[in-house]
Design a binder for this molecule. Structure first.
Ligand code: ATP
Length: 439
């Protein structure tokens, strides 16, 4: 099928702007054919654009032959332009329809399509992810990704209002940022380099220059575990601030979560309606539970975890049932936290690190950082890391490193919470995990 050109056509209205008040007016709408209903003498084309849908009605005996011949070629998901007259029509969605005078086919859609985007025939997630661009046209996905956008918008507003500056740190790095988590090695000319697992060390260094920094960017983890809340590439919202402690940045984190929930609740009514969800604006402060209290809670439920051990997933699930809301876990054993988290002055075995939880899912983790170089070197060694590998980072501690604290929130975990999606892949455009590298 030959394609028509766009020519001088430009959109005069979005679908959502077509209403009875335009009765008799000529308009140009541009979009995709979502559905075609053929009643013999009359055909209904549902045209979708980024704002919604509008009905294009084609009564055989009222339209010209150009329109009739084009309509015969149309298939679902064809990209089209329609020039026509608006007609008031109470039965049509939006109270109006368009009677076409000319149709241009701007992009073809090959049938059969791998997915039915109207949702009449639901498909498994892997089928949908394989045809992701088509899948993203589903109304539900439009809602999910607009909410994701609103979360980012709200986060930036909130942090900028509080005097933070947005930064971007390198994603190609020479050595392991934190140790621990597995990194992806990459070939970097004659050398080996890695994809950054976190902006941690750079954002800490930057508090010397800017005091309050944030970064919203991709991070990479060679996660072998294949779960519904882990992927190998995700967006981390990172914050670091000078002259504060864990408690100050916990307050910042809970205020941000509250602000984001409020923002989404107010700005995303259509989206929440599509997802049949309500967002509860959480009250602050969130509960602060110590690691010891968590162990007691678990022990009361018959799950004993020795002090100093990490909390396994089944225990988190149980905690989620006991605390079905937001809460912080504080006073973690120092040995369970990364080397840069500050041990408490009064008891070195306990740290100033925290996690922010939503039910059983970790949303963020953070803490007061070490700003004393000697202590940092000792902690590196205690964790089996080589101070030599961190020489550029350690050097910065000779330039007047202030006391500082910060956290990282996983954007997708926040979006899962707001949209009610249980698989993180649902809230990522093109998710990456151990088994998925395409599309
Ligand atoms: P988890 O215990 O859930 O594996 P983590 O302790 O490895 O998380 P951090 O390294 O502290 O997480 O990362 C900060 C935040 O980034 C987490 O609180 C979470 O919201 C998010 N996050 C961590 N790993 C992943 C992942 N693989 N996929 C998606 N988000 C992640």
């Amino acid at each position: 099928m030959g394609l028509d050109g766009l020519g001088s056509w430009r959109r005069t209205h979005y679908s959502s702007e077509i209403g009875p008040e335009l009765d008799g007016k000529e308009v140009i709408v541009l979009g995709w054919i979502r559905d075609i209903r053929d009643l013999g003498g009359i055909r209904f084309l549902i045209l979708q654009d980024k704002e919604g849908t509008v009905q294009v009605t084609v009564p055989k005996d009222e339209v010209n032959s150009q329109v009739l011949s084009k309509v015969d070629l149309l298939q679902r998901q064809c990209c089209v332009g329609v020039r026509g007259l608006v007609r008031r029509m109470d039965k049509a969605p939006g109270g109006a329809e368009i009677i076409p005078e000319e149709i241009r086919i701007l992009g073809v859609a090959k049938h059969p399509l791998p997915l039915d985007i109207t949702g009449k025939t639901p498909a498994e997630i892997d089928v949908r992810l394989d045809a992701r661009v088509l899948d993203l046209r589903r109304t539900e996905n439009q809602a999910v990704f607009r909410i994701r956008h609103a979360v980012l918008e709200a986060t930036r507003r909130f942090l900028v209002d509080r005097g933070f500056i947005e930064v971007h740190t390198p994603k190609i790095i020479a050595s392991a940022t934190e140790g621990g988590a597995a990194l992806f090695p990459i070939a970097y000319f004659e050398k080996e380099a890695f994809l950054a697992q976190s902006p941690q060390l750079y954002k800490e260094q930057l508090v010397i220059d800017f005091e309050k920094v944030f970064e919203i960017g991709p991070v990479f983890r060679a996660e072998k575990s294949h779960t519904r809340r882990h992927v190998t590439e995700f967006i981390s919202i990172d914050v670091e601030e000078a002259f504060v402690t864990a408690e100050d940045v916990m307050k910042l984190a809970e205020d941000l979560v509250q602000y984001v929930c409020k923002y989404v609740k107010e700005k995303c009514r259509w989206e929440l309606n599509v997802l049949r969800r309500d967002v509860e604006v959480p009250k602050v402060p969130f509960k602060r539970l110590t690691y010891d209290e968590i162990l007691e809670d678990l022990s009361d439920e018959g799950m004993r975890i020795p002090w100093g051990e990490d909390i396994p997933t089944p225990a988190y699930r149980l905690l989620g049932r006991l605390h079905p809301y937001f809460y912080f876990i504080v006073d973690w054993p120092t040995s369970l936290k990364p080397f840069y988290i500050k041990p408490k002055d009064e008891d070195e075995r306990v740290s100033e690190g925290f996690d922010l939880m939503w039910r059983w899912i970790e949303i963020a983790s953070g803490g007061t950082r070490i700003n004393d170089k000697e202590l940092l070197i000792r902690r590196l060694k205690e964790q089996g890391l080589q101070p030599e590998s961190f020489k550029y980072h350690l050097k910065v501690f000779d330039y007047g490193m202030p006391p500082h604290a910060g956290w990282a929130i996983g954007l997708e975990r926040l979006v899962m919470m707001l949209t009610g999606k249980e698989n993180i892949r649902e809230v990522i455009l093109f998710p990456r995990d151990r088994f998925r590298l395409t599309p």
